[in-house]
Each structure stands twice: as C-alpha cells, then as structure tokens.
Design a protein around this ligand. Sequence first.
Ligand SMILES: [Zn+2]
Length: 261
Amino acid sequence: MTTYDTHAHLDHLENLDQALSAADQAGVKAIVAVSMNLESCRRCLEIKRHTTQPHIYLGMGMHPSDANPADVDAIKDLAREHRADLAVIGEIGLDFWYKWVRKDQVKKQEQRTVYRALLELAAELELPPVIHSRGVWRECFETAREVGLSRAEFHWYSGPIDVLKDILDAGYYISTSPSVAYSPQSREVIEYAPLDRILIETDSPVYYRNRDTGEEFQAEPKDVFRTLTAVSELKELDPQEAVRQFNQNAEDFFGIAVEDL
Ligand SMILES: [Zn+2]
C-alpha cells in the first residue's frame, strides 16, 4: 500500500533523515510539508531541495500561533518566487482555543489580518489553503468564503457538525489525524463526512495516544497509516479500498497522483 501524508511539519522533526527513510519504507510516497512562519518556510524549502524520497510538496504560510503581520509580505514574496514548488498555502488560520487568546483583542486582530492576507495569496496563486480553525471554526469558514476560494482544506477538523456541513456544501475538504482512533470529536466528524472529502495526515510531530496501550507516541509521516487504519475501521471499509479513495482525494485536491510517483 502506498499513500501520502498530507500534513507534516518536517522542519520540527528531531530526526528528519530517519523519519523520511522510515516513511519511504512504509509506503509513504509523498508528504505535504507545511510551514509555521517565515523561517519555517525557508527551512521547508531547504528540506525539499535535499530530499528525493518521499516526494516533498510545500506549503508556505503562517500558523495562527506564530501570527506576525510584519512578516506577511516576505512570505508572500517567497511564495510567489517558489510558486512552482508549492502545493498549498499553509498552515494558516485562526486559533482562539485558549482563554488568554480569546481575551486578547490585539492577538486576535493580528491573527485575522494574517489569515485574510494569506487567503488572498492563495487566491492570487491559485493554490488551496490549509486551514487551522480550532475554537473559531465558523469564522474561519466564513472568511474563506468571503475571499471567494473554491478549494480549501480544513485541517484536522474537529469542530461542530453544523459548520462541517457548510464546509462540505461549499465543496471544501477536511483532513484527519491519528487522533481519529480515539478522540470523540474526530470520530464524530469522520462518521459524518463523506469518504470522498477526507484527506489523511499526521500533523507530525504532534503527540497522540495509542488507543490499545494508552501510551503516548510522537507522530512522524509513516504514522499516516494509523490514520488510514482508524478511518477504515470507523467507516467499515477494507483498508485497500480506503487507500484508493484517499489517494484519489489527494489527487483531486492537490493535483498529485501518488501512483505516478
Ligand atoms: Zn499542522
């Protein structure tokens, strides 16, 4: 079985070379490497330059936790310069999950300024955005619609079902992570979403729980097969059948055919 990891922070992996070769051996043929900020965009570009297997596709963006309006123009210039290497604009979005952020009007406004500017960049470069929307799902969706994007991915979507319904009605995709093995929110979303709108990912190097042992593990791209297995179980599908569908979804969404790699 071969597939993709559609969302990994490769520049945050401690032992990158080992993780890449483990991914390659496990059957991960391509990885979408998303960025957190300007420095992270530059590091991911270097990683892509030095990696042949798996195939690396880039996302340039600014994560809401790193939102800094002063760096937006530099990210825009870098993305325009490297347009041919990019598969997505990401990771971008809003995150009002923590109370201290919800109370901080300046931080919230900075996040909004950066998010909208980078959605506009996605429209300009005709690339889909990868959107982080934790705790502010409705507003993230409405802003993407206002900018007029026809393609978008709501990364690791774990919000309310009414917003999910609107996301799907708009023709957008969602992704899920190894958390789908145990998290009630992730499971509810994946139970509801049709199979042809789901992308699978790891968000490496995030920590997850092993459902059977309860132990924590730090994800790397090869763990996308854990996401695959958990979604297959939940949807009562043969993993072979499921992987065909996920690869088709990734091809439809990113324009990358994993079978041809
Ligand atoms: Zn991420």
